[in-house]
Design a protein around this ligand. Structure first.
Ligand SMILES: [Zn+2]
Length: 194
């Protein structure tokens, strides 16, 4: 195993990978923000994905999981790298006609200690849904984790760890201070490579 990371600077790594942009952005919701994160651009670099997931896995290692699960798509890669670090199998849950499901022969042993991880948590909806799915299947959810937390605080009752808390600051366009400065909001991710 690689040595544990005492302090892992995810923000610096996101900036270096152009996965965290500062400026004036129009989000999918239509609201404006001064920051935009595209975690996939960090995870696109396997060494960066590995390093971040080692740091997250080490924060949750004391939960002694026997299985790591992530919600598709964003959570799959994170779950896989965290599972590699912790020496467990890795499953993923995916949406089929609405709710999250375990497909592809993924079966949870009754009482199995399970960690649920994701790349980015905002409202925590997908992670909670997977945790509920695991519990319904008879598993014991021992912890939750994500690389990044973009909500104001952890939305979970269960133990939760993240590497970086970067709450979204956003405004309706009419209230946006950057618009008031006469700057034009851009839609990130609307063009490949932009
Ligand atoms: Zn604006």
């Amino acid at each position: 195993m690689s040595p544990a990371v005492a302090s892992f600077d995810l923000e610096a790594r996101l900036l270096r990978a152009n996965a965290l942009l500062k400026g004036h952005f129009q989000l999918t919701s239509g609201r404006h923000s001064d920051r935009y994160v595209q975690c996939a651009l960090l995870l696109a670099q396997p060494k960066e994905a590995e390093a971040a997931c080692i740091a997250l896995a080490d924060k949750l290692a004391d939960t002694r999981p026997e299985l790591v699960i992530g919600p598709a798509l964003g959570g799959i890669l994170v779950a896989h790298e965290v599972a590699r670090r912790l020496g467990t199998p890795c499953f993923f849950a995916e949406r089929k006609d609405g709710p999250m499901q375990l497909r592809r022969g993924f079966a949870i042993k009754p009482g199995a200690r399970v960690l649920v991880v994701e790349d980015v948590v905002t409202t925590g909806g997908s992670v909670q849904e997977v945790a509920d799915l695991v519990a319904t299947a008879g598993g014991n959810v021992v912890g939750l984790g994500s690389l990044l937390l973009r909500g104001a605080a952890s939305p979970f009752k269960l133990r939760y760890e993240c590497l970086l808390h970067l709450p979204i600051d956003s405004w309706e366009p009419a209230e946006c201070p950057l618009c008031k400065q006469g700057r034009t909001a851009i839609k990130p991710g609307s063009r490949p490579g932009k």
